[in-house]
Design a protein around this ligand. Structure first.
Ligand code: GLN
Length: 454
């Protein structure tokens, strides 16, 4: 088997299913074939040293790729051709993967269904009438549909784990600081993390290994030891202490979801782990806290899209102010505008103390909830989402119902801890996800627990 064979297989599969799944915004066929060829030469000379040598991979379209259109699924970046690679993309090159193309998402990663993409609606490969989740919906759907073996997503409030759950694949949001954000188009900088989406836990551990590490280009990337994640896949979880937050199995969680978590806990118990119910008492503030903080940060981060520096520019402006206004009015979609307005309001003088500052205080309490539990337990386990994938169009006119989708994933970003979603059952043919949350920089234990199911 050559790398070229693998890459051809990937494009062949894309040719077969992409008109239904619609996961890709841009394909990079010519370059992928050239890369495959040069890797095949290395194969012949025995120089194939990369950790993920020859593996076809898809990249979410908010991660910049040199010379390869990067749109964030927004009209405002429809012609944006980055002049550099994100650090994770450079690391993928070092690991000798082959980039197949760029993946659809909710515009600027704001959403839970991919319906906020300016370009297309990605569908759930398990049921084409259902959403794939979001915002990394293209990343999860492309792996689930077998178009690529690996993909990268980003997770600000659940955008890797929720689509992984909806599409029946494995998605990890690493600890804040574990993976460089240099070259990730910022949504909410204090919450965003890039992470791997794969079919298996083992693949996931390898992909995280490849993209992780301290980066001088990102001052929030952490100077911590990087363990060998694959070495933690021992299958041994004897004596492991699991906390199950009662808030994660309460109202709004369907019976099938609750049952799948209980079944998973039984399996872990049979392997020697113990579990107890705990409380994360400030969980009820997480959603409001998240939408205030993430929108505030977004309102500042998205100020750079002004029609001058990047992408789309309105064709008919008579003054500079009009250029800004029209470019942004025409270039951003409704959800992005909603967040910018909310964030601008929360940060404005007179309201700052009541909203932004309060939300920061609530964030501290939410983070402390996790610290208290992790003083006595190794991991926290619960569902990834309260329900399986919903129908396309079902929640589109109701932003608040859409926001509730992330109620179980958002606290993890607020606390900065790592979390994974792995497949754990089905409800009427739709995949369900189990969420395993770990201590800061303890992805290894998460992988150990997740691997116990494989
Ligand atoms: N769905 C959440 C939102 O719309 C989370 C998005 C994300 O993690 N990028 O903000």
């Amino acid at each position: 088997l050559t790398v070229s064979d693998l890459v051809e297989e990937s494009y062949k599969r894309i040719g077969q299913v992409e008109d239904k799944v619609q996961a890709f915004l841009t394909l990079d066929e010519e370059r992928a074939r050239a890369t495959a060829k040069s890797l095949d030469e290395k194969l012949n000379t025995g120089d194939s040293k990369g950790l993920l040598f020859g593996m076809p991979i898809g990249v979410k379209d908010n991660i910049v790729t040199k010379g390869l259109r990067t749109t964030c699924a927004s009209k405002i970046l429809e012609n944006f051709d980055p002049i550099y690679d994100a650090t994770v993309v450079q690391k993928l090159h070092q690991a000798e993967t082959v980039t197949i193309g760029k993946l659809n998402m909710d515009e600027f990663a704001m959403g839970s269904s991919n319906e906020n993409s300016h370009y297309q609606k990605t569908r759930n490969p398990w049921n084409l009438e259902r959403v794939p989740g979001g915002s990394s919906g293209g990343s999860a759907a492309s792996v689930a549909a077998g178009e690529v073996l690996f993909s990268l997503g980003s997770d600000t409030g659940g955008s890797i784990r929720q689509p992984a759950s909806f599409c029946g694949v494995v998605g990890m949001k690493p600890t804040y600081g574990r993976v460089s954000r240099f070259g990730l188009v910022a949504f909410a900088s204090s919450l965003d993390q890039i992470g791997p989406i794969t079919r298996t836990v083992e693949d996931n551990a390898f992909l995280l290994q490849a993209i992780t590490g301290l980066d001088p280009m990102d001052s929030t990337s952490a100077n911590v030891d990087v363990p060998n994640f694959a070495a933690s896949l021992t299958g041994d979880i004897k004596g492991l202490k699991i906390a199950v937050p009662k808030e994660y199995l309460g109202e709004g969680v369907t019976d099938a979801v609750r049952q799948s978590v209980m079944d998973s806990l039984k399996i872990l118990e049979s392997l020697g782990a113990v579990w107890e119910e705990v409380s994360l008492p400030h969980s009820k503030y997480a959603l409001a806290t998240y939408y205030l903080l993430s929108s505030s940060e977004a309102s500042a981060n998205l100020a750079r899209f002004d029609g001058v520096r990047y992408g789309y520019r309105t064709p008919d402006a008579e003054s500079l102010i009009e250029l800004y206004k029209k470019t942004r009015a025409e270039g951003f979609g409704d959800e992005v505008k909603r967040r910018i307005m909310l964030g601008t309001f929360a940060l404005s003088s007179g309201y700052y103390d009541a909203y932004y500052k309060k939300a920061q205080q609530a964030r501290t309490l939410i983070k402390k909830d996790f610290e208290d539990v992790f003083a006595n337990y190794d991991v926290i386990v619960g569902p990834t989402t309260p329900t399986p994938a919903f129908k396309i169009g079902e929640n589109i006119d109701d932003p608040l119902t859409m926001y509730i989708n992330d109620i179980l994933t958002i606290p993890v970003n607020l606390a900065g801890v790592p979390g994974i979603s792995i497949p754990c059952g089905f409800d009427a043919g739709l995949p369900l996800g189990l969420q395993i949350i770990g201590k800061h920089f303890d992805e290894a234990t998460i992988y150990r627990v997740a691997h116990a199911f494989e």
